[in-house]
Design a protein around this ligand. Structure first.
Ligand SMILES: [Ca+2]
Ligand SMILES: [Ca+2]
Length: 680
């Protein structure tokens, strides 16, 4: 480890605001002053090189097929950012890479999942239009990085690598050479291979660059922000869905290396003063709420419980810890279009801590963006008294009571607690005075006292004596998040005939003809744990608003069934959009269908032509799904040839079927679903 007091002092002055609030421990800082310079290779794995060190000890930088970066002094009128030494590439177009194995060096062989940053000084020798400079720094992950020494083999992490992540920042030749580029491997909304153009113009000279990975946990993609020169405001990525300042890291592997890439083009950039460290914040909402008003807030990976609509005012989302201990309101300019936020979305925000006159701490966000869509958080049951307590503020709760009055956009309930609760519900249908109801919403407080903010979900209030409270759909686009699934089914013909996989009745086979696909809803209503022909109806792993069949044992050349009980408050005609890998079929059963068919369910959709295909969100419209008031059985059958096996489904208005792609259609509001049938 190499540190220079002078360097750290300079950094602190330049980034005082961000540093004071967020950056904590510097784990590794390198000003390249302690190496042998004069064009000597930096690589520790360059046998006989001036900066050679044993694998696992000494200085930490290694690279593939050394020499890679060179340690040099002032050249071409360019002076090091600190001291008398810096780095550049070896030879034009040499594609030099140098890594530090941060997992081995600093974290006992463990990856870092988030709560980390990397910054460095970057000299752009060409500025605007300089496509011959194509160099960048990165935080990354390589599954070839050892946990017990610096490098494998002779020093290349590229040899045999199969799993990679890189969060890169600098210039990249395939992008717009008038601006800087950033990369998130796996992101599909950049211009290619995870690369994004930014809106930050290139200019000749030294630039401070920083990559920040928000706090997150194992298995969750953290949020990423990139900074150039202004360490208080992230740069803007030109994503295909619209500009973003914070983006999901997409991959969930964590990070085990830092990386410098030089001479990826003919003209090398220069690097100096590399610093890797951890963020001060754990990202817990309780910690943000404890911060003083006006302080910097960095929120990552929390889950939205409520987005604007009905009782929730525009420009606000409520986000909650998955352990339901705390929640907070985030106010700002919310993303629109396909980036629109909804319940179950992971959200990241950068802003400041603010407070209302009624004492509510919230985040006034300069930047809000969404990550993955996940399982919506269940409401926490509370008495009116508990829902009115300060520590419930912002939590998604379920409470109950007798209706004492009804207003234009609200009604008041009381369970006998000292203070009644005003339920803000906008234009949703209200209960009548003296009705006893159960209500879900966000515990809030305004000048009138305790309130409950209902989401735009009519099903979030039900009669107190109802035996059910249905699940909401997820995201701003209301996809089915969880299915009850049954399978896989296959027989001797399955491997050779795709049409057979979709059209053959495997439920009939499995039950000796006693139950069929179209009598299933009444003869053997699906419910969690129910068995049928030796298979068990199983809750799907909610997976970003679609079903991925693989986690429960998907096989090639097989067939699965997925089922939900769809709740509609009224008789109405709906449409749907479906995406499936490979082909699928949708069967509907309810009173309308029974009167049409004389009994069994009817097929409302079948992929045409039946063919192997990858999943495209909402690929096909289904023009007519007649819904009964109450419960409707929807059975989706999906077949797979090989590889991925997945399904997505969205109910849409018949008057606005939209287009394919995530969020390609506005949802039909007011619906919900369950995995078991409460009427049977
Ligand atoms: Ca230096
Ligand atoms: Ca497939």
């Amino acid at each position: 480890m190499r540190k220079t007091a002078l360097l750290l002092a300079a950094v602190l002055v330049l980034t005082a605001a961000f540093t004071a609030q967020v950056l904590a421990a510097v784990i590794f800082a390198d000003d390249f002053e302690s190496y042998v310079g004069g064009n000597a290779p930096l690589d520790k794995n360059y046998a006989g090189g001036a900066n050679y060190a044993p694998n696992g000890s000494g200085q930490p930088w290694f690279g593939p097929a050394p020499p890679n970066a060179r340690v040099i002094g002032t050249e071409n009128g360019i002076t090091p950012h600190s001291g008398s030494q810096m780095l550049r590439g070896s030879v034009a177009n040499d594609k030099d890479e140098n890594w530090v194995n941060i997992a081995y060096r600093f974290n006992n062989g463990n990856v870092y999942y988030g709560g980390i940053y990397l910054d460095w000084w970057f000299y752009d020798p060409l500025g605007a239009g300089g496509s011959a400079c194509s160099d960048f720094g990165a935080i990354g992950y390589y599954n070839t990085a050892p946990t017990d020494t610096d490098y494998p083999g002779t020093g290349s992490l590229n040899t045999g690598v199969t799993v990679v992540q890189r969060l890169s920042l600098g210039c990249y030749a395939t992008g717009d050479s008038n601006v800087y580029q950033a990369r998130i491997v796996g992101a599909s909304d950049g211009y290619s291979y995870g690369w994004f153009n930014t809106t930050t113009p290139r200019s000749i000279g030294w630039h401070k660059m920083r990559v920040v990975v928000f706090p997150t946990s194992s298995g969750t993609a953290g949020m990423v922000a990139f900074y150039i020169d202004d360490m208080n405001n992230p740069i803007t990525l030109s994503a295909t869905g619209g500009p973003v300042q914070v983006h999901s890291s997409v991959m969930t592997y964590g990070y085990n290396v830092i990386e410098i890439n030089t001479n990826y083009g003919a003209t090398s950039a220069y690097f100096d003063d590399v610093t890797f460290g951890t963020l001060e914040t754990t990202g817990r909402i309780s910690e943000i709420k404890a911060q003083p008003v006006g302080s910097f807030a960095l929120l990552g990976g929390k889950r939205i419980t409520a987005a604007p609509g009905a009782g929730v005012p525009d420009g606000n989302v409520f986000v909650e810890e998955t352990d339901r201990t705390t929640a907070i309101r985030v106010h700002g300019t919310l993303p629109t279009g396909t980036g629109a936020l909804g319940k179950g979305d992971e959200v990241a925000a950068i802003g400041t801590v603010a407070v209302t006159p009624d004492g509510e701490k919230y985040i006034e966000a300069a930047s809000i963006s969404a990550g993955a869509t996940n399982k919506p958080i269940d409401a926490l049951g509370m008495t009116n008294r508990d829902a009115a307590r300060p520590n419930a503020l912002g939590l998604f709760v379920k409470t109950w009571g007798k209706v004492s009055s009804v207003g234009a956009d609200s009604f008041v309930i009381s369970d006998g607690s000292p203070t009644p609760i005003k339920v803000m519900c906008g234009a949703l249908t209200k209960p009548a005075v003296d009705d006893k109801v159960r209500v879900r919403g966000v515990a809030y407080r305004d000048e009138s006292g305790p309130t409950l903010l209902m989401r735009n979900e009519q099903v979030d209030w039900t009669s107190m004596d109802a035996t059910y409270q249905p699940l909401p759909f997820v995201s701003a686009f209301e996809y089915v998040h969880e299915w009850l699934i049954l399978g896989p089914f296959a027989d001797a013909t399955s491997p050779t005939d795709e049409t057979y996989r979709l059209d053959h009745d495997f439920i009939s086979d499995a039950t000796g003809g006693v139950i069929t696909e179209t009598t299933l809803a009444t003869a053997a209503p699906p419910s969690p744990g129910a068995t049928l022909g030796g298979k068990t109806w199983t809750r799907s792993n909610g997976n970003g608003a679609h079903v991925v069949f693989a986690p429960v044992g998907a096989a090639d050349y097989s067939t699965y069934y997925g089922h939900i009980w769809l709740y509609s408050p009224v008789d109405q005609d709906a449409g749907a959009r479906i995406g499936s890998d490979d082909s699928s079929k949708v069967m509907l059963y309810n009173d309308v269908i029974r009167s049409m068919s004389g009994g069994p369910a009817l097929v409302m959709y079948e992929t045409a032509p039946i063919a192997g295909r990858g999943e495209v969100w909402g690929q096909d419209p289904i023009s007519w799904i007649p819904l009964n008031a109450g419960w409707n059985s929807i059975l989706v059958k999906c077949e797979n040839g090989t590889g991925a096996f997945a399904l997505d489904f969205q109910i849409v208005p018949t008057t606005g079927m939209g287009v394919s792609g995530w969020g390609g259609a506005a949802p039909l509001p007011g619906l919900a679903y369950m995995l078991y049938n409460p009427t049977l």
